[in-house]
Design a protein around this ligand. Structure first.
Ligand code: SF4
Ligand code: SF4
Length: 902
């Protein structure tokens, strides 16, 4: 873009041609006032405060809606413009409840700032020539939302909230109602609690006054009482949103979305309002030791000595293979690095795993084989620039809310959205095509798409020839997947399948987005391989805004995998059975020997416990008693252990069964890094002190290790990262010091490497991309006469994983207080029930009672249950049949029976 030069009040200014005049003025320190403008929104020019004169133009112009041009001469300040602005401000203030003393925004209000600037301070009504009318115009105050209050008497009708909800979050929940001085902002249905508002709070963050305010969550505060604002990373999902935690005393009083990658200020309801758990009264504050069957408080020395002795005894008595550890996708990279080091170097086994086994193990296995790297190929914000996005097996608005905003932004710009999902998820109304497949038919429809692309000559032959291998074999296999056969297998109409193939293959930049609807099957790895085949066949990979993008579930599940919290690989996916890797780590860690045998996975560890082979288990921040399939079996397994130690922030369902419980610090109380779904390594920073005697997980591991005769003397998390980076080539150039200055995506092999935004640009990580022909096979358990429904489980917006944190955050619980089963109203009527009635849902493994929610989202013959609720644990019902390659259980398909409880 060409540079232009022009003048503002006689001062020479340079900018890109076409840039926004108000933005350029601000960047050059010229404070043209404005109330309605935000850089990331389409200018509305509604407040009229930024009017300027431009030489040669008859009328004044709004600076926020003016593009800069070569040679223009702008007058930003003269007596006439300032008089005009003062009068405009007086008019705005006349309609405004100007009682600043009791206003929550006192001290951080843009209107108050301008009132002071134009000498219209607290005595404004006396000074102003315009009569104050706000008291005479009855205006509503809506307190019905769990997270925000709308006060029309303090709203200045700038429209920033409306545009933020629409343009940034893609939700269109709110708009102006009425006209003139009686107009105000209203959600659909006239009330926040009755609207589709999901509480993301984007509108609150955009509001320049106290029109929209957060409900005071932990205590009232005024902005000038806030002692520090600490930039950190959200602890919930794998988007990795950057947050500013506002701290007063030792309490977090507010969370704001940071203007940084990957979220650019955006947050979802959990990130913005789900932090009350941090200082919840049920936090663990002292170690607990089981005595006479009860968990009782103990001192650290006693607890750590006991853990060291018991683990040591088991190792001495039964050998290292009787021990195992579960690391945590909630903990930092540094903690996961240290945990797997402890299990390998001190306990002497590779049996370390974590919940990635339950979500994206097939991604690691499948994309690793196809591309050489089992991670999201592109970064999250790139989705906003895609021309076609194929979303499958992923209810992204609920599971990865901020990622969904980028998808909606792309659709707003004209991208085609294809949703392929058994449920009518919330993205469907925005989609060009929604294909509802039968659960467990994914390989069939993906092969069908490739077959159509071959038949219609839509495959990218040049890309296939230059960049891949094995296409001929795939071509032979998919030949039998005619759209008509695929229709029989998947239920997707043949014509719709053809249409989807054409859109995906012919768009300039097509991205695939998937999650656990693809991976949690006995064919999870096959499903992932099939998607990789699809992207390579169309040449839709290795460029910006394309690729195969698995949305990782937990905040640091990517990092926990990268750091080697897996039984077959050291940090950086270096295989434990490769002698060079084993020697490298053995030498670096200074131990005599490391086991060359891959260890056990989560499921195998639990199986081993119930069969007696595993006797001691160290669990850091995981809760298998709610997250794993077939819970009855999990409980039996944990109870069969000789020794269970659990390190956590709350007494979780799993911790209740432990012999020793160690109190850990939460994300807001420690330093480190998380790696988000898009491979971006992000800083985690301590904002408040840990409660009681709780300690950072890394400090606990180091202390335990030292007591077991292998001293770990780290002074800080950053020291641990130095060691981890030196041994992990994809993290080789990453350090806390660099992350203070820049955003880095791995691979980042050296301190001077800029990181890698999208993978497989010039070549695949494995050299040539490998096609893997995969044939469709049915799910492990299909409905029959005794169990006629298909049960699927998953996440919902307001709770996270086993809900230990979200259920201790009042606003999140207010939105989603209890368990439910989504079922079609036709099925419900046939069963003799109605919305809200109690159902008994049973599978071959167990039975739960749960309220029914009649929902148009699910197809007939299927039922969906979120797995977060301990009182109705969906995983009591799920099938623990495993994908043979990745060992993920088939959470997404289980046969069940449903009856109405009278
Ligand atoms: S909280 Fe979010 S969804 Fe609700 S109105 Fe505001 S921006 Fe829209
Ligand atoms: S989208 Fe994910 S990372 Fe972002 S605020 Fe929500 S839960 Fe946190």
């Amino acid at each position: 873009m060409a540079r232009v030069s022009f003048t503002i009040d006689g001062r020479s200014v340079e900018a890109e041609a076409g840039e926004n005049l108000l933005k350029v003025a601000h960047e050059n320190g010229i404070g043209i006032p404005s109330l309605c403008w935000m850089e990331k929104l389409t200018p509305s020019s509604s407040c009229r405060m930024c009017l300027v004169k431009i030489e040669g133009q008859r009328a004044v112009a709004a600076a926020c809606a003016t593009a800069v041009q070569e040679g223009m001469a702008v007058t930003a300040f003269d007596e006439e413009l300032e008089d005009y602005r003062r009068t405009t401000l007086e008019l705005i203030l006349s309609e405004h409840n100007y009682d600043c003393g009791v206003c929550q925004k006192n001290g951080e209000c843009e209107l108050q700032d301008l009132a002071f600037r134009y000498d219209l301070g607290a005595d404004q009504p006396k000074r102003s020539t315009v009569a104050s009318i706000w008291k005479k115009t009855p205006m509503p105050v809506d307190r019905s939302s769990p997270v925000l209050t709308y006060d029309a008497t303090r709203c200045i009708r700038c429209g920033r909230c409306i545009a933020s909800c629409d343009e940034i979050q893609g939700k269109q929940v709110i708009d102006f109602v009425h006209r003139g001085s009686r107009s105000f902002v209203s959600p659909e249905m006239g009330m926040w609690s009755r609207s589709s508002c999901d509480g993301c709070g984007e509108c609150v963050q955009a509001c320049p006054t106290a029109g929209l305010t957060e409900k005071p969550l932990v205590e009232r505060f005024r902005s000038f009482e806030v002692e520090r604002r600490v930039r950190t990373t959200c602890v919930y999902c794998g988007v990795g949103c950057q947050l500013d935690l506002w701290v007063k005393g030792d309490r977090i009083v507010r969370v704001r979305g940071a203007e940084a990658e990957p979220n650019r200020g955006r947050l979802c309801v959990k990130g913005r309002f789900g932090y009350q758990f941090v200082d919840h009264s049920e936090r663990l504050v002292k170690p607990l030791i089981r005595k006479d069957g009860e968990l009782v408080e103990a001192e650290w020395d006693e607890a750590l000595d006991l853990v060291a002795r018991r683990l040591g005894d088991i190792k001495a008595g039964f050998g290292p293979s009787a021990l195992a550890g579960l690391a945590s996708a909630k903990c930092t990279n540094e903690e996961n690095y240290l945990f797997q080091k402890f299990v390998r170097a001190v306990l002497g086994t590779n049996s370390v795993d974590h919940c990635a086994r339950l979500c994206h193990a097939p991604t690691v296995a499948g994309l690793g084989r196809a591309f050489g790297s089992g991670a999201m190929t592109n970064s999250i914000p790139e989705l906003a620039d895609a021309d076609c996005i194929l979303v499958t097996g992923c209810n992204v608005t609920e599971t990865h809310p901020v990622t969904s905003t980028y998808i909606k932004n792309a659709v707003r710009k004209g991208a085609k959205l294809i949703v392929i999902d058994p449920r009518r998820i919330d993205l469907v109304p925005k989609a060009s095509l929604w294909l509802r497949q039968k659960p467990g038919s994914d390989v069939a429809w993906i092969n069908g798409l490739i077959r159509v692309m071959i038949e219609e000559d839509l495959v990218d032959r040049a890309f296939i020839a230059a960049r891949t291998e094995g296409f001929e074999e795939l071509e032979r296999l998919v030949a039998s997947y005619t759209p008509e056969r695929v229709e029989e297998l998947s239920g997707i109409p043949a014509e719709k399948l053809r249409e989807a193939a054409r859109i995906y293959a012919t768009s300039e930049r097509s991205a695939i987005v998937y999650a656990m609807g693809i991976t949690q099957h006995v064919t999870g790895t096959d499903n992932v391989l099939a998607l990789a085949n699809l992207a390579m066949a169309a040449g839709q990979i290795g460029r910006p805004s394309t690729g195969v993008n698995p949305l990782r579930g937990q905040n640091n599940v990517q990092g926990a995998c990268d750091m080697g919290a897996l039984p077959d690989v050291y940090p950086g996916y270096q295989r434990v059975d490769r002698p060079e890797s084993a020697e490298k780590f053995r030498a670096a860690w200074g131990v005599e020997r490391l086991s060359p045998d891959p260890g056990l996975t989560v499921n195998e560890i639990l199986k081993g416990a119930s069969e007696g082979g595993i006797k001691g288990l160290y669990v850091m921040g995981e809760n298998p008693m709610l997250s794993d399939p077939n819970l009855q079996h999990v409980e039996e397994a944990l109870k069969a252990l000789d020794f269970l130690v659990v390190q956590d922030i709350f007494l979780s369902e799993t911790a209740r069964l432990a012999d020793v419980v160690l109190p850990a610090a939460s994300f807001a109380e420690k330093e480190g890094t998380f790696t988000n779904s898009g491979r971006s390594v992000l800083r985690v920073r301590a904002a408040v002190p840990a409660p009681g005697q709780a300690r950072a997980d890394w400090a606990i591991i180091a202390e335990l290790s030292t007591r077991m005769g292998y001293p770990m003397k780290y002074g800080s998390a950053s020291e641990i990262m130095v060691e981890a980076a030196a041994l992990t080539p994809i993290y080789g150039g990453i350090s806390h010091a660099r992350l203070e200055r820049e955003t880095l995506h791995w691979p980042c092999p050296a301190p001077d490497h800029p990181g890698t935004l999208f993978l497989h640009g010039a070549k695949f990580s494995r050299g040539k991309g490998a096609f893997h022909p995969v044939d469709w096979i049915p799910p492990a358990e299909l409905p029959d006469e005794a169990y006629p429904f298909v049960l699927s489980t998953g996440r919902m917006l307001y709770h996270y994983h086993t809900a230990t944190m979200t259920r201790r955050s009042v606003p999140l619980n207010a939105f989603a207080p209890g368990a439910y089963a989504e079922i079609s109203s036709d099925d419900l009527a046939e069963l003799g029930g109605e919305d809200g009635c109690k159902l008994r849902v049973s599978s071959r493994r167990g039975s739960i009672e749960i309220p029914a929610r009649a929902s148009p989202r699910v197809a007939r013959g299927t039922v969906f249950i979120p797995f977060h609720y301990a009182e109705a644990p969906a995983n009591m019902l799920t099938n623990d049949a495993l994908d043979p390659v990745s060992k993920i259980p088939e959470f997404k398909v289980a046969a069940c029976a449903i009856e109405v409880v009278k």
